[in-house]
Design a protein around this ligand. Structure first.
Ligand code: F6R
Length: 606
């Protein structure tokens, strides 16, 4: 994770570096720092915690250099202290890094034996000393970096500046994203195009293994074998994505409220509204002949994939294998010839998901990805991209990306069902009609949040919360628990309602709220039986349902009344209450809703 930026200019760059870092804070916010070349020397300022702490430091101790790099950190190696904050440096070299250097221990031992003194606990510092060591042997900065890169194992995006060089910056990427921006007599780099969007819309994406030499007026790119490489600049759309909270208190609230609109945009991409049928992009594979589908993703995106498994198996009648991405490839799961592998990711940069994508490609799968960031690595490495049109999601807790993922996956399920004859045209039109209703149903739910505020008050008095759901509501129960724990820091678990009696029921007493996702679908009666098992043991039941409260057959601590939706679209509609429960609970608990502790928006380490 972490975000990195760099600017080569003829004017002081510190303020713009901080500005660019602000747009990368979603990648980590444990500490931040910048370094510039000042009168031939390297100078840096760093601060623990959020970027505003670095800004205060710069007010009292400004930096004046015209060449600089910056970093916002999500700690992997070493505590999130100022000492471990980037940039790391020696007298000759300063480096910012996103990723993990896997062989840092070996490098550290070797360089320590060679007389280098390490000051931090980070893996990155080994890169700084490695480059310095090569320069000490008489190599030029460019050759020293080239030699150092050949020694690094792991994933990295690096930006490097040098003492005595006020018209040189170097960059390299392997496994972590990096984009170079072309200005008028200036050069920029960033972990994504949004970071540098106010400065330029002409950008060059580096390929895997590339390294680059930046001067103010030119960019030279070399491939992983050191050969000059042509990487064509493109126009970035990122400027259009610069955003604020509007009249909402948090990005998360804004993003929850954007859902009717962004789901409509996503639907418009996959639905022929005039005909009322699905119009998928060319998939490059015969959907009628796929033997099995493999889905992999992480966190919330995994739960979207799990809902898709229920949909695809039920409506398209194709077996689906799903696993969290960090497990699938290490299981060395056998994959069928001619299979389709689907990866779900908001950022398109999640390291676990990307690694599993590559595993599936090596094992002959056709690769489709459901991604929100179309320029991302996962999108670029896929045979077919199924975009979600959620727009930039800034709140660390995923909301609108999740419901847009569900929307795209629902369309995919229908398309596969049609291709295989499991769904006829009448059924397709019926399911599409239901999908098209979803934005309106969600908009209605968002008109009044009082019931969620009331329920949140009850939750703040507890320490543990259980979420239950059956069938396609089971992934939602897990998503509800994830959302609540990540932003309110309350302990929560999601269970399949039928599984409760096999163990977790031992946890139930009058202090444990049990939130039940229970649309009145074909499994409703079975879920109600499980609700009664909880009630009999004194649990406080909070039912999210379109059924009247009496149908629970027991007293309820809360009844969240849902609009009547279709069994097929329920998972999208029922995502809203679980988001609002987590949001209002977190607000009452006073946590940092948009940037909860220990998390980052884009997880580019394994
Ligand atoms: C939870 C959340 C995470 C992400 C996960 C995958 O609210 O946002 O669980 O869903 O880190 O991220 P992407 O979708 O970017 O691959």
């Amino acid at each position: 994770m972490c975000g990195i930026v760099g600017i080569l200019s003829t004017r002081p760059v510190a303020a713009d570096l901080v500005d660019a870092l602000r747009r990368l804070e979603y990648r980590g916010y444990d500490s931040a720092g910048i370094a510039t070349v000042e009168g031939g020397h390297l100078e840096r300022r760093r601060a623990e915690g959020k970027l505003r702490n670095l800004e205060s430091r710069l007010l009292s101790e400004p930096l004046e250099g015209n060449v600089g790099i910056g970093h916002t950190r999500w700690a992997t190696h070493g505590k999130p202290t100022e000492r471990n904050a980037h940039p790391h440096m020696t007298a000759r070299v300063s480096v910012v890094h996103n990723g993990i250097i896997e062989n840092f221990r070996e490098l550290r031992e070797e360089l320590t034996a060679a007389g280098h003194t390490f000051e931090t606990d980070t893996d990155t510092e080994s890169v700084v000393h490695l480059i310095t060591d090569e320069m000490d042997k008489g190599r030029s900065p460019v050759d020293a970096v080239k030699a150092a890169l050949s020694r690094l194992k792991g994933a990295f995006a690096l930006a490097i500046i040098f003492a005595g060089e006020d018209n040189l910056m170097m960059a390299a990427r392997l496994g972590s994203p990096l984009v170079i921006g072309h200005g008028d007599g200036e050069m920029y780099l960033g972990s994504d195009a949004i970071a540098i969007a106010p400065f330029t819309d002409t950008v060059t994406y580096l390929d895997e293994g590339d390294y680059a030499v930046l001067h103010r007026d030119r960019l030279e790119v070399f491939d992983k074998d050191g050969r000059p490489a042509v990487r064509t600049p493109v126009k970035s759309q990122a400027n259009a994505l610069l955003i604020d909270k509007g009249n909402h208190r948090h990005f998360m609230a804004k993003e929850i409220h954007e859902q009717p609109e962004v789901i409509s945009h996503t639907l418009a991409h996959y639905v022929d509204m005039a005909q009322g049928v699905i119009r998928m992009p060319e998939m490059g594979i015969d959907l009628a002949k796929i033997p099995r589908i493999t889905i992999a993703a992480c966190g919330t995106a995994f739960y979207a994939g799990l809902v898709a498994k229920y949909w695809i198996e039920r409506y398209a009648r194709v077996p689906v294998e799903i696993d969290i991405a960090s497990e699938l490839r290490y299981r060395e799961a056998p994959l069928p010839e001619g299979g389709l592998a689907v990866f779900v990711s908001q950022s398109g940069e999640t390291a676990d998901t990307l690694a599993t994508l590559r595993y599936c490609r090596e094992n002959g799968q056709h690769i489709a990805s459901v991604v929100n960031v179309r320029t991302s690595t996962i999108a670029r490495e896929s045979d077919v991209v199924l975009p979600t049109l959620a727009g930039p999601e800034i709140g660390v807790a995923s909301t609108k990306a999740f419901t847009c993922q569900l929307t795209a996956l629902a369309c995919l399920a229908i398309a596969i069902g049609r291709a295989r004859g499991a769904i006829d045209e009448t059924r397709e039109r019926e399911l599409v009609r239901e999908l098209v209703e979803v934005p309106r149903q969600i908009a209605n739910q968002l008109l009044d949040e009082t019931q969620f505020e009331t329920l949140a008050h009850l939750l703040t008095k507890t320490r543990d919360v259980l979420f239950l759901g059956r069938g396609v509501s089971f992934p939602l129960a897990m998503e509800g628990a994830l959302k609540l724990k990540e932003i309110s820091y309350l302990h929560a678990e999601g269970y399949a309602a039928g599984e409760l009696k096999h163990g977790p029921i031992a946890l139930i007493d009058e202090n444990v709220p049990v939130i039940v996702v229970a649309p009145r679908d074909s499994l409703f009666d079975k879920t109600v039986s499980n609700v009664q098992e909880v009630a009999a043991r004194g649990g406080q039941i909070m039912l999210i349902t379109d059924a009247p409260s009496e149908e629970a057959g027991c007293p309820l601590a809360a009844h969240i009344a849902m609009p009547l939706a279709h069994e097929f679209t329920n998972p999208i509609v029922y995502a809203i209450p679980i988001q609002l429960i987590a949001y209002h609970t977190a607000v009452l608990m006073g946590t940092d809703v948009d940037q909860p502790r220990n998390l980052a928006k884009s997880v580019t380490v394994e």
